[in-house]
Design a protein around this ligand. Structure first.
Ligand code: ZN
Length: 255
């Protein structure tokens, strides 16, 4: 096949992902093989999960478009909020629910997402191949700071987490995916990622320390690990950290 020239403009934050030798957000490239626009921009460093719109000569196209001689592409980042339940040209098969898969490199997000009632799975030490398989099979949004992992074909929805501080990471995820509440706060087991249930205090008195027995009336238990939960000082501290980073925790959310 003869070589040809194509032109690509990366918009907004996407230029941040370009590998060092391609720092210019406007590129003219010579290619001599048939490759999709997705393969081409990923080879330049940009994971497909960060891309929200591709224009070819001003017309929206999908990831599979094969560039031709002198074709011009504009690659735009995802414009938040990204609603994974709404079909788009790039992601035509929407999901029914919002569920996350958390990579080791942002693992502290797991407990924080669960604390606001969201389904967040984390498997310590999981291989990239396994994470991609789980994300595809269970329809989970991958949260990671591993750009190569986010390029995997099986990852339909994902986010390269920008923030480094865990509460700011939580704010980033909630904002990016349009999860502005109200939240089912402290409704999920921190360990097992499943909803907890109320349990009569009288049935668990023998498991409570004297001070808890005295001051706590409403208790919950996890159907899997049987751990007991109640809204104590730890919950209040978490809520104030969330409020500090601008997460909208309204009083009626707090059980
Ligand atoms: Zn549990």
């Amino acid at each position: 096949m003869e070589s040809f020239v194509l032109h690509i403009v990366f918009h907004g934050e996407l230029s941040w992902f370009l590998s060092r030798r391609n720092l210019e957000p406007e590129l003219s490239l010579v290619r001599d093989r048939r490759a999709s626009i997705k393969d081409i921009f990923e080879s330049l460093g940009v994971p497909h999960t960060e891309v929200g719109q591709i224009l070819c000569e001003g017309t929206p196209v999908d990831f599979h478009r094969i560039p031709t001689q002198d074709s011009r592409f504009d690659i735009h980042p995802v414009a938040p909020p990204l609603d994974v339940t709404c079909p788009t040209l790039l992601r035509p098969d929407p999901w029914k629910s919002v569920r996350f898969l958390v990579d080791d490199n942002v693992s502290r997000l797991t407990g924080l997402l669960r604390s606001v009632g969201l389904d967040a799975k984390h498997i310590k030490g999981a291989a990239d191949t396994d994470l991609a398989d789980i994300a595809e099979a269970q329809r989970r949004i991958l949260l990671s700071r591993d750009i190569e992992l986010l390029k995997r074909k099986k990852i339909l929805f994902g986010r390269f987490i920008r923030a480094t501080q865990p509460y700011l990471q939580l704010k980033e995820v909630l904002t990016f995916f349009g999860l502005e509440g109200p939240y089912a706060l402290f409704s999920r087991c921190f360990l097992c990622n499943i909803p907890i249930r109320p349990i009569p205090k009288a049935t668990v008195l023998h498991r409570l320390k004297p001070e808890t027995r005295q001051y706590v009336d409403t208790l919950y238990t996890c159907p899997s690990c049987q751990k007991l939960f109640w809204h104590g000082p730890h919950c209040k501290a978490m809520l104030s950290r969330m409020a500090e980073v601008g997460i909208n925790i309204t009083p009626h959310n707090v059980a």
